[in-house]
Design a protein around this ligand. Structure first.
Ligand code: SAH
Length: 465
């Protein structure tokens, strides 16, 4: 991955002051995912170019601890070559002073727009180059792109989705780096770090002064926050806090892109939504009922705020897989204390499940025999009785969207039933009333006009008294 920044502002070597990197030296920086080098291919008074070269180790990325939420599971991937969100991390870590607009040696220059040209050797853009223009031209850049062939030796293989991108403008270096910092991850569909609350802060801080007015504001927010609706909404709300109220801007967006591009899988969205509710609630002791192979447990374990995490499932095979996923045998003693897996059935009252702040029940009830539902309700809402219950189940109406699913079929052969939105609402209201919980229902996934969202989430809170 190569990024070059050129200026013709004179003396051009002042670029070295702005970047805090001396033009005569080659410098190397160690990052979590590889190495970065900064050097100057040319440094004269007339013209000076700084280069940031990143060496990413794809094996490190998928191995052990560094893997985390990283979606590219293969050892063969494009990470070493394309401008990905790693570049943003490198900009922040290696060029942080410049990104933040600080320069004690040239305090005036740092605030002065100077002619700058930046070239990114390889930018992935699945939807085609138009997006590159649409993102950068409104910010005042002259944009040039050159599409790469897949392999120069075999032109018949056609083009890749990778472009060389050149941006030129008279602008301060800090502004330019800020634009790259936000917009490179927007182009990259495989963000490597977990997208959480602090990402909203980063986006809004780095977007200050330009994001609000950007015509693709919603696209930027949506992609930067990796299609996580609750965070997107938060970002839009905070960005437009002083504006006259507009109705649900993010929802109003066409949903197509999120579906057609590289969508975060529905299941990931669902887990993220449930995780967020648990986290926002401040729950510390949580149950994951019907935890399956432990995907939610894995997220919960990464968040130190959750002090006690218990996964329950009827299937020992699933629990074994969960134990593997969580590396239970390799956890430190302290981590090991935080997590426990229990084999049990949710349709029986179970004293082990008492005394928790919250319970997640993600895509489980539809696996229960309808006649066992009443037993499940009592076991959870009456006996275990946590303060907060977050429960998801498919919305049957949405099945019509999936052309591959024959009409009237359920999504999974183990599903005993799938509810419409009205059926789910009726059930949640009834359970809420009978056991004294207040209920709110939220869609999960892209909302279709007539059909709603693919998944539905109910949040039950134990009423006062
Ligand atoms: N919550 C997980 C798994 C959903 S699949 C996730 O979202 O990834 C449904 C899970 O419910 C399966 O792991 C299945 O074994 C479990 N399950 C089904 N009936 C159950 C019961 N009566 N008691 C406990 N777990 C049950």
């Amino acid at each position: 991955m190569l990024l070059t920044i050129t200026t013709t502002h004179q003396p051009a070597t002042d670029l070295g002051y702005l970047l805090h990197k001396h033009p005569d030296r080659v410098q190397k920086f160690k990052l979590a995912f590889g190495k970065a080098h900064v050097f100057y291919p040319e440094a004269t008074a007339e013209r000076c170019t700084a280069a940031l070269l990143m060496e990413i180790n794809p094996v490190d990325l998928v191995r052990g601890r560094k893997r985390q939420d990283f979606a590219l599971k293969q050892y063969v991937n494009d990470r070493p070559y394309v401008a990905s969100s790693f570049l943003s991390v490198a900009i922040a870590q290696v060029l942080g002073t410049a990104l933040n607009g600080r320069c004690k040696d040239r305090p005036l220059l740092v605030k002065t727009p100077i002619p700058l040209e930046v070239t990114l050797a390889a930018v992935p853009c699945q939807t085609g180059e138009k997006l590159l223009y649409d993102l950068f031209e409104p910010l005042g850049y002259r944009v040039k792109t050159a599409r790469m062939t897949l392999d120069e030796r075999f032109p018949e293989w056609g083009n890749s989705h990778i472009y060389q991108l050149t941006l030129a403008q008279t602008i301060t270096l800090a502004e330019l780096l800020t634009h790259l910092y936000v917009l490179i991850p927007v182009l990259d569909n495989e963000k490597h770090y977990y997208v959480g609350d602090h990402e909203v802060d980063k986006l809004l801080t780095k977007g200050e002064g330009w994001l609000k007015e950007h015509p693709l504001r919603e696209v930027i927010i949506r992609r930067y926050l990796k299609y996580q609706r609750s965070l997107q909404r938060l970002a839009v709300e905070r960005l437009t806090a002083d504006d006259p109220p507009a109705d649900n801007e993010v929802e109003a967006q066409d949903q197509e892109e999120a579906m057609l591009e590289w969508p975060l899988s529905l299941h990931q969205q669902r887990l993220a939504a449930v995780f967020q509710v648990l986290k926002d609630d401040g729950a510390q002791r949580v149950l994951d009922l019907g935890c399956g192979e432990g995907q939610l447990l894995q997220r919960l374990l990464k968040e130190p705020h959750f002090q006690k995490i218990v996964g329950v499932d009827v299937s020992t095979l699933s629990l074994e897989r969960a134990a593997q996923r969580l590396h239970l045998d390799r956890l430190s003693e302290r981590q090991r204390q935080r997590i426990q897996l229990i084999q049990g059935s949710l349709t029986y009252r179970d004293a082990r499940l008492k005394g928790y702040d919250a319970a997640a029940v993600v895509e489980v009830i539809e696996h229960l025999e309808p006649e066992r539902l009443a037993a499940f309700e009592r076991a959870l809402f009456e006996f275990a009785r946590p303060n907060l219950i977050v429960l998801t189940t498919p919305n049957r109406e949405y099945n019509a969207v999936w052309e591959t699913l024959p009409a009237g079929t359920l999504r999974h052969r183990d599903h005993r039933f799938e509810w419409t939105r009205a059926e789910f609402e009726a059930w949640t209201a009834d359970v809420g009333t009978r056991f004294g919980y207040e209920v709110t229902i939220k869609p999960v996934g892209p909302v279709e006009d007539q059909l709603g969202a693919p998944s539905q989430m109910a949040v039950f809170r134990l009423g006062e008294g």
